[in-house]
Design a protein around this ligand. Structure first.
Ligand code: PEP
Ligand code: MG
Length: 871
């Protein structure tokens, strides 16, 4: 059976992204809705996989199909490959299912050779243009197909410019370019031992293979790793007849978004260059003009483009990112795809599209990436600090946000500095796809050249990273690792700050602050709340965190870890006395001093939560975590307690454990020292009663016992807790309600959840410990090998980040089912890190949890993810 490996544009459609790649599928769709798309065909992603299966060779069948498609293109365009009079020239571009901007390779002007170049010169009546295209083609072919360093070609070009004292490439004459072509061909011969291939078909097959190879170049692999794109889906290759934006002043090329990708404003947004070829705009070599200026230069073309952009947005019902070329007064559409946008733009566009009736509320919710909301929650510069800051320069506001850090000039030095814990800003003349890892690691990116659609700008927006681009007043000298602006020299390690929303660059570091959450954000969140059924709580241990979380929409506290309350400067000496007490009486004396302090903490938290439910967990970590480790601190503690230094060292080492995570912690502490649990229960209850009196909030504390694995652990501690709780109620003559429940974080507990639920009034899955103990991976050490596991394909994801549905998830599901067999209305939540991870939230929704609890900054993410799960 033979396969279909090649599709003409007219044979595909937008639904075929997996097979034709995003670009190919959209080119097909545009052709089919009658837009002016240059003719071409797509070699499928399956052909790419086949190429790899056949030891990186194109099979005869694929070659034949390419040949047949080429013949059709030749007849449609009435041009032929290699024809001296009327040659067909094509572009060869990658295009995977998921957009990977700039990660793979492109070749333009393919089909040029010593003969066809003359044909092009004649048809266009422009010899200079023909030879300029030819030299560009040889350079790209040499770089992409034959892997010859770009610099070798650049040097020839620079030498020619220098010899003629030219400032700009455009000053090179046809005669200059002819010489450059000869020199380029010599580079190819010297480097490969072979002549530059003159046969266009040979050029084409070599180029297609090179694009397939580029699927596995380093930057493409790291991009896929960072964006969770599978490595085995391959890229398609689009072969398309060339149109030229560099044929004179009636030609041009550009990139535009149907809405502003930084703010979402519903207005065409983009850039173009007159008399330029495709890559010139994105490469940031010349600074392009605003798309709205096209109205004055070519009013008809502008109108046609404007209408086409509207048509495409209505057709796809989403913001489009469109590439176009104008060839001698005729508009061609080269590409359309869903426009990458900042989180703010995504929210603005989604809400406005609902208002415009273009999409439904459900569609708006489903198309937003919950994690990207993070970009909106993070700090901006403090107004006062900003006012005092010294402005150095202004570039383009390429990607919003605020960033402060030390300047570094290469991606590697950024990565090294970040590994050493430094905050960094990557400063480059312009970025290229090789810089991707440095861009990812840096706090912000500053480039001296390039527009709003330059590589730096596009990639930074995708990452949600602050970026100022095209800041032409800074003179970057990458070789000597410095930049100069206004007579000041900034060297590696000097601090600067960037405002990606205004394009401003400041001297030194500037303090930041948290943003306002209203407008489109508030609207989307309100819609999300209409659809979701999962409640969203927060993990918070302080009134301040609790307040932030409430502002973000938290509906309660799912986990208040009390250990942080023991670390305070004033308290820690008392806590240490409590730990080192040799009698129960001594311990109780210390605990009595801690009690009012804990109570005050809880009152603060109850107040911040304004009557929303609060789950407080009894002390969890092993006690030695509270003891000093430094010699001088140990000596001071010994003096304080009144024992010898040696005795102190002996006590401390007696508390040391080989596996503290599996040691004397959680409920085990309370079983050994019930007085700790008693003190905490008293503090929780008294605080609730007092908060009710003081603020009128009906607080129903949920007292949570950690690390239960045995039914009897819980029955024992339940009794301890209830005894004190009832005592407090009686003392205070209060009828306050409270619940006693448990963390589910030991695999055994999930398996006997029916028995545990006989006592527990609620469950909260501690998926951090549950993952640790299910895998037998230490939470604190797994980072060392999980990367290797991922690289070797043993694990797809880090199970501490996203729930392992098959294993840990099965335990969660079992726990829920068994627990509700005993108590059908048992309240069940999750408070491990997974509570803020969208993929995990979809799972928790599916298995019927009542709520997820996550850190305050993840609350909006969880609200949106919960709504998506419900839709
Ligand atoms: C858990 O184990 O998932 C949990 C929430 O508790 P902690 O992280 O404090 O151990
Ligand atoms: Mg835990």
């Amino acid at each position: 059976m033979s396969n279909k490996w090649v599709y003409l544009f007219k044979e595909g459609n937008a639904g075929m992204k997996a097979l034709l790649g995003g670009k190919g599928a959209n080119l097909a769709e545009m052709s089919n809705i009658g837009l002016p798309v240059p003719q071409g065909f797509t070699v499928t992603t399956e052909a790419c996989t086949e190429y790899y299966n056949q030891n990186m060779k194109l099979s005869d069948e694929i070659r034949t199909q390419i040949d047949e498609s080429l013949k059709i293109i030749e007849s449609q365009t009435e041009k032929q490959f290699g024809n001296k009079e009327n040659p067909l020239l094509v572009s060869v571009r990658s295009g995977a299912k998921f957009s990977m901007p700039g990660m793979m390779d492109t070749i333009l002007n393919l089909g040029l050779n010593d003969e066809t170049v003359a044909g092009i010169a004649k048809i266009t009546n422009n010899e200079r243009f023909a030879f300029d295209s030819y030299r560009r083609f040889i350079q790209m072919f040499g770089d992409v197909v034959q892997e010859i360093s770009k610099e070798k070609f650049d040097r020839v070009l620079d030498d020619a410019k220098e010899a003629n004292a030219y400032q700009d490439d455009t000053q090179l004459t046809a005669e200059d370019l002819k010489k450059i072509v000869v020199a380029y061909k010599k580079i190819i011969k010297d480097e490969t031992g072979k002549d530059f291939p003159m046969d266009p078909k040979e050029q084409l097959l070599m180029a297609i293979e090179a694009v397939f190879r580029s699927w596995n170049n380093n930057r493409a692999i790291s991009y896929r790793n960072m964006n969770d794109i599978p490595h085995d889906i391959g890229t398609a290759v689009n072969v398309q007849s060339m149109v030229y934006g560099n044929m004179g002043d009636d030609s041009g090329t550009g990139v535009a978004f149907t809405r502003n990708p930084a703010t979402g404003e519903n207005k065409l947004y983009g850039e173009f260059l007159i008399n330029a070829q495709g890559e010139d705009v994105v490469a940031g070599i010349r600074t392009p003009k605003d798309i709205n200026d096209l109205k004055d230069i070519m009013p008809d073309i502008y109108q046609q483009f404007h209408d086409t952009a509207n048509l495409l947005e209505n057709h796809y019902k989403d913001m489009q990112d469109i590439e176009f070329t104008i060839e001698k007064g005729k508009l061609y559409m080269l590409q359309t795809r869903t426009g990458k946008r900042t989180a703010a733009a995504a929210l603005c566009a989604a809400t406005e599209m609902v208002e415009e009736g273009l999409i439904t509320k459900e569609e708006a919710i489903l198309r937003l990436d919950p994690v990207s909301l993070d970009q909106l929650l993070h700090p901006t510069f403090e107004t006062a600090a900003l006012a005092a800051a010294e402005l150095l320069a202004t570039g383009l506001p390429a990607s919003p946000g605020a960033a402060t850090g030390k300047v570094y000039f290469t991606a590697e030095s950024v990565c090294t500095a970040v590994a050493n814990g430094e905050e960094t800003i990557l400063v480059r003349k312009e970025t290229s796809p090789e810089d991707i890892e440095g861009m990812y690691a840096a706090n912000g990116i500053l480039t001296a050249r390039g527009g709003m659609t330059s590589h730096a700008a596009v990639v930074a927006r995708g990452m949600g990273k602050c970026c100022v681009a095209g800041c032409e007043s800074i003179k970057v000298d990458e070789a000597s690792r410095q930049f100069i602006v206004g007579g000041m020299v900034f060297k590696e390690g000097d601090y600067i700050s960037l405002n990606g929303s205004t394009g401003k660059v400041y001297k030194g570091s500037i303090k930041t602050m948290t943003p306002e959450l209203s407008g489109h954000f508030g609207e989307i969140m309100a819609w999300a709340d209409e659809y979701r059924t999962l409640n969203v709580r927060t993990n918070a241990d302080t009134p301040r965190d609790a307040e932030v979380a409430v502002r973000f929409g938290a509906e309660g506290i799912g986990l208040c870890r009390t250990e942080h309350m023991f670390f305070d400067e004033v308290r820690i000496p008392i806590v240490r006395r409590m730990i080192l007490a040799s009698t129960k009486a001594q311990r109780e004396e210390a605990l009595a001093k801690i009690l009012p302090m804990q109570k005050k903490d809880f009152i603060g938290i109850y107040k911040a939560m304004e009557g929303r439910p609060v789950t407080v967990r009894l002390l969890d970590p092993p006690l030695h975590e509270f003891l000093p480790t430094e010699e001088k601190d140990i000596a001071a503690l010994a003096t304080d307690i009144g024992i010898t230094n040696d005795d102190m060292i002996a006590v401390i080492s007696g508390l040391k454990e080989f596996n503290p995570m599996l040691g004397h912690r959680g409920c085990r502490l309370a079983i050994t020292y019930p007085e700790i649990a008693e003190m905490q229960t008293r503090a929780i209850m008294e605080a609730a009663i007092e908060a009710k009196e003081a603020y009128g909030f009906d607080v129903v504390p949920e007292i949570m016992i950690p690390l239960i694995g045995i039914k009897e652990e819980l029955t024992y501690l339940d009794e301890v807790v209830r005894k004190i709780a009832e005592q407090v109620k009686a003392e205070k003559k209060s009828d306050i309600k409270y619940l006693v429940g448990t963390m589910m974080e030991i695999p055994r507990a999930t398996l006997i959840a029916d028995q545990i639920a006989e006592t527990a009034e609620f469950f909260s899955f501690g998926t951090n410990d549950l993952t640790q103990m299910t895998y037998g991976f230490s939470r604190d050490d797994a980072g060392k090998f999980i990367t290797d596991y991922k690289e070797k394909g043993i694990l797809k994801n880090d199970p501490f980040e996203s729930i392992d549905i098959e294993g840990v998830g099965k335990l969660v599901e079992t726990g829920v089912t068994l627990g509700r067999q005993t108590k059908p209305d048992l309240k069940v939540g999750v408070c491990g890190e997974h509570g803020g991870d969208p993929k995990s939230i979809y799972f928790f929704h599916k298995v019927g949890l009542d709520y997820v609890s996550c850190s305050p900054f993840r609350v909006p993410i969880a609200r949106l993810a919960a709504a998506q799960a419900a839709l």
